[in-house]
Design a protein around this ligand. Structure first.
Ligand code: GLY
Length: 432
């Protein structure tokens, strides 16, 4: 098969890395890819949101399967456009991609299907939203821009003033453009966060190993929010019994609910969950693989990912089996100093070969590019250094051993990725 992976991040490098292990994969193209994906196939200079050019490329180059990494092309209808041209593509159609592309669509669908989540109200008028905030008695509350806002549209407001300011900046000042035409105001829910990525053809559902992201920039979950500074998988927060409950009470009702409304969801469904005292609740749904969760999750996967994706597109996931490796994986994101605010690009990265030589470690590239034959930094999140081991503490140690071999100016990474999970396993063991 000729596979086209669309996107340029660590997630797309990891997807390509796993797809390349399949005997079905004869050729892989990346649009646009990064300096790491070059070693797996051909980088094509087409941006992930240039759907017309991607369709032309897929037709001209006889692409057998396109795999869409980021959410923006999915929300813009890339799957519908590929399918209209008879092209095969892994991902949900535009109507179903509203699960991520419209927070109000998502919350209303969950409500109609009795899926547990916070209480919420939707507003398409700033005046009505502000009047509602006046009536609130409990804070924090969560103000969400309805549309896609590059992961920045969720504002946790500790006070009434903060909530008013959030509504004004999203709806009146249009901080996130059209994404802020509507807002959802939600109750703040407390607990432990966890992510589940589930593969589905709209009828059969297969949960990949759970994971836990580290969204804040500083150790100890402090500082600004980022796209994710590291992840480990699986997480002890999601026990086998809890995973069954998540499948039964959350994932299946969502897939079923969409189907009842005429949308067959094919692709990967990413449930961002809060595990509360009263059970799992949905924080958000994404319609694509998580980044950096994917880097850790795919290292735990034994099954041929391309065969699974192909079966999903055919609607035959029920014929497939999921095989997992025993053990855990940890992904440590190396970022550019200054991220998630402003940062410099173009610094030469050294030590990549030496890091790749660390047994059981893989260096996934994210914001990298090639300049005069050298690999240089080209984004906020630069690399996802990932390792697999029989236990979580060893996976962390191996990942950081590989991190220690890499250097570039102003490199920044957290030192505590996976510590929450390691602490929980230790606590469990000491109770035995
Ligand atoms: N790691 C968070 C996300 O992919 O949305």
């Amino acid at each position: 098969m000729h596979v086209l992976v669309i996107g340029s991040g660590g997630r797309e490098h990891a997807l390509g890395w796993k797809i390349a292990q399949s005997p079905l994969a004869k050729k892989i193209s990346f649009a646009p890819g990064n300096a790491g994906t070059e070693s797996l196939g051909r980088n094509v200079p087409i941006e992930a949101d240039d759907i017309a050019s991607l369709v032309s490329f897929a037709k001209k180059e006889a692409v057998d399967l396109a795999v869409v990494g980021p959410e923006a092309p999915l929300a813009a209808g890339i799957v519908d456009k590929f399918e209209a041209q008879g092209l095969r593509v892994f991902g949900p159609v535009q109507a179903a991609a509203r699960l991520e592309g419209s927070k109000s669509f998502c919350r209303n669908l969950l409500r109609r299907n009795n899926v547990p989540g916070p209480e919420f109200t939707v507003f398409d008028s700033a005046e009505r939203a502000l009047a509602y905030v006046e009536t609130l008695e409990r804070f924090p509350v969560v103000v969400k821009a309805d549309g896609l806002a590059a992961g920045k549209g969720v504002l946790i407001c500790e006070t009434r003033d903060a909530a008013e300011n959030a509504v004004k900046s999203v709806m009146k000042e249009r901080k996130f453009g059209k994404a802020g035409e509507t807002v959802v105001i939600e109750d703040f829910i407390e607990g432990e966060e966890a992510s589940i990525l589930a593969l589905t053809d709209g009828r059969t559902l297969m949960c990949l190993p759970s994971s836990q992201d580290h969204k804040r920039i500083l150790d100890g979950d402090k500082g600004l929010n980022t796209g994710g500074m590291g992840a480990y998988s699986p997480t002890p927060v999601v026990t086998p019994a809890l995973e069954k409950r998540i499948e039964k009470d959350i994932l299946i009702p969502v897939i079923h609910g969409l189907r009842m409304e005429g949308m067959v969801y094919k692709g990967v469904l990413y449930a961002g969950l809060m595990i509360t005292k009263s059970g799992p609740k949905v924080l958000e749904f994404n319609v694509r693989f998580g980044d950096p969760e994917t880097q850790a999750v795919l290292m735990n996967l034994d099954t041929d990912l391309l065969a699974l994706m192909d079966a999903i597109v055919r609607g035959e996931l029920d014929r497939m089996e999921l095989k997992l490796k025993t053990g855990w994986s940890v992904c440590v994101v190396m970022a550019s100093g200054g991220y998630p605010n402003t940062y410099e690009k173009g610094y030469e990265i050294s030590g990549l070969d030496s890091a790749a030589g660390v047994k059981d470690a893989v260096v996934f590239h994210a914001g990298t590019s090639r300049k005069e034959g050298k690999v240089v930094t080209a984004g906020g999140r630069v690399l996802g250094v990932t390792a697999h081991a029989k236990d979580l503490a060893t996976a962390k140690k191996t990942a950081y051993e590989a991190v220690g071999k890499i250097s570039y100016k102003d490199a920044y990474y957290r030192n505590d990725i996976a510590d929450k999970g390691i602490g929980k396993y230790r606590k469990k063991a000491s109770r035995r």
